[in-house]
Design a protein around this ligand. Structure first.
Ligand code: PLP
Length: 462
């Protein structure tokens, strides 16, 4: 792209595009968003010719990497064959995709399609409330989630989200949602240590259910590993404990696999890796690797059958979206799953993730401002602190300087944003699963350079 047309695009962007999670005053003051015009594998290209290693896979979704011909061809073929039909009737690609998902998740074999992770969770919330009403338990409406958990941006999904900065200014949100603690061992809310803590954090669900009354609680929703809230990996046994609590009180368990599904944590789905059997599984990002918008909510037989009845009984799920299970998106998702399977990308995610974590630990072990390095598969977080004793979080401004420095060195890395006031001190990595060893070496070097560069300067100025 010529320099003048790049400048023109950039001006038009600032005039007309309202960007998510962005303070546009910065653009008035001269900074600019990256304008990405292409991508291949784990690398994206900007309109000014620069190349970047995308350690965020877009928004943690481009699992198979950019520029995959298989997905492009599948979408093009489907556009020619049938560009659109709604799932109020049916079409072959949605049928094939639902079957494919059900093969991975045999305990939740009934698949409802939507367009985004937020919507997939909304479907889960609506369905579970309707289910309990139809079971003759109309007071079971409350949905429990966790602080720092993220379940989406729409009013219900945001109500389930435990991130005060995201919620603030949009309240009141949908009623009936409440949060309990996270298994955040680095900053244990109970000031205890695993395993002698006996996982008070998991028992917090039980306490809350008892306080509220089990007859008022419809469901629990959790991410297997909390992603945007700061890459919080639960201790061994935590998810099983939460599952057991849900069973004990007849509360449905919704597992939000929007980030973790399709290889991110080293297996196609995290619930199979952890050995838990949710009543509902939601998924989105890796389902079509971001090539098309598509998401899904998978339900157990028991939940699905709770909607059967006379045709005019009103027991059917009264939820519809125009584009859910769009044929082109479904075709691309099928091709995406083919690639994930044929290239064994879940196993590769596990291997590359272990290598990345090990290298980060070796490189950063002596840095006083690295509080914690944690992750699973290719979902990794680094928590930065002013010093290790106080664990005082570094500021939002510091985090911005670090990601800006990485960008100048050719790496896009993510960071927690708008989670909790001045507690967004976690760098986050979720690269395409096809990232290779030399990309990982580059990534580790750039992390080291940008963290030490910014922190050394800050210490000198203090
Ligand atoms: C765990 C989780 N659930 C739900 C969502 C919402 O997905 P979407 O942005 O597609 O609505 C996200 C998005 O990042 C997520 O991380």
């Amino acid at each position: 792209m010529s320099e003048s047309s790049a400048t023109n695009l950039s001006q038009l962007d600032v005039q007309h595009v309202w960007h998510p999670l962005t303070q546009h005053q910065l653009y008035r003051e001269g900074s600019r968003p990256l304008i990405i015009t292409g991508g291949k594998g784990a690398v994206v290209y900007a309109d000014d010719g620069r190349a970047f290693l995308d350690a965020a896979a877009g928004l943690w979704c481009v699992n198979v990497g950019y520029g995959r011909e298989e997905l492009i061809e599948a979408g093009t073929r489907q556009l020619r064959e049938l560009a659109y039909y709604p799932l109020t009737q049916s079409h072959p690609r949605a049928i094939e995709l639902a079957n494919r998902i059900a093969r991975y998740l045999p305990d939740t074999p009934h698949v409802y399609f939507s367009n985004s992770g937020s919507e997939a969770n909304e479907v889960a919330f609506k369905a579970v409330r309707q289910y309990w009403k139809q079971q003759g338990k109309p007071s079971k409406v409350k949905i429990l989630s966790r602080f720092r958990g993220y379940h989406g941006t729409t009013m219900g999904a945001l109500a389930a989200t435990g991130q005060p900065e995201r919620r603030r200014d949009y309240e009141p949100l949908t009623p009936g949602f409440m949060q309990v603690t996270q298994p955040y061992c680095y900053r244990c809310p109970f000031h205890l240590e695993y395993p002698s803590c006996h996982m008070q954090c998991a028992d917090d669900f039980e306490r809350r259910i008892e306080i509220e009354g089990p007859d008022t609680v419809a469901a629990i929703i959790i991410e297997p590993v909390t992603a945007g809230g700061g890459v919080i990996v639960p201790p061994e046994g935590y998810l099983q404990r939460v599952e057991a609590i849900a069973r004990k009180y007849d509360v449905k368990l919704i597992v939000d696999e929007v980030v973790t599904g399709f290889g991110r944590l080293g297996s196609m789905f995290a619930c199979t890796r952890f050995g838990i059997r949710p009543d509902i599984v939601t998924m989105a990002k890796g389902l079509a690797s971001g090539y098309m918008p598509i998401s899904a909510t998978a339900f157990s037989d028991e939940l699905f059958e709770g909607f059967l009845g006379d045709v005019d009984s009103g027991r059917h799920l009264r939820h519809v979206n125009t584009y859910g299970g769009h044929p082109v998106a479904a075709a691309v998702a099928l091709a995406n799953i083919d690639v994930l399977e044929s290239e064994n990308l879940a196993a590769r995610s596990e291997e590359s993730g272990q290598r990345f974590l090990k290298q980060l630990q070796e490189a950063l072990v002596d840095l006083p401002y690295v509080g914690d390095i944690r992750g699973m598969g290719l979902l990794v977080g680094i928590e930065l602190v002013k010093d290790r004793m106080s664990k005082e979080p570094v500021s939002n401004a510091t985090m911005r300087s670090i990601t800006k420095s990485a960008l100048a060195q050719g790496v896009i890395m993510g960071k927690a944003s708008d989670v909790q006031t001045e507690r967004n001190n976690i760098l986050m990595f979720a690269p395409p699963l096809v990232i290779n060893d030399s990309d990982i070496d580059q990534l580790v070097n750039v992390v080291w350079e940008s963290v030490t560069g910014v922190m050394t300067q800050e210490v000198a100025q203090a």
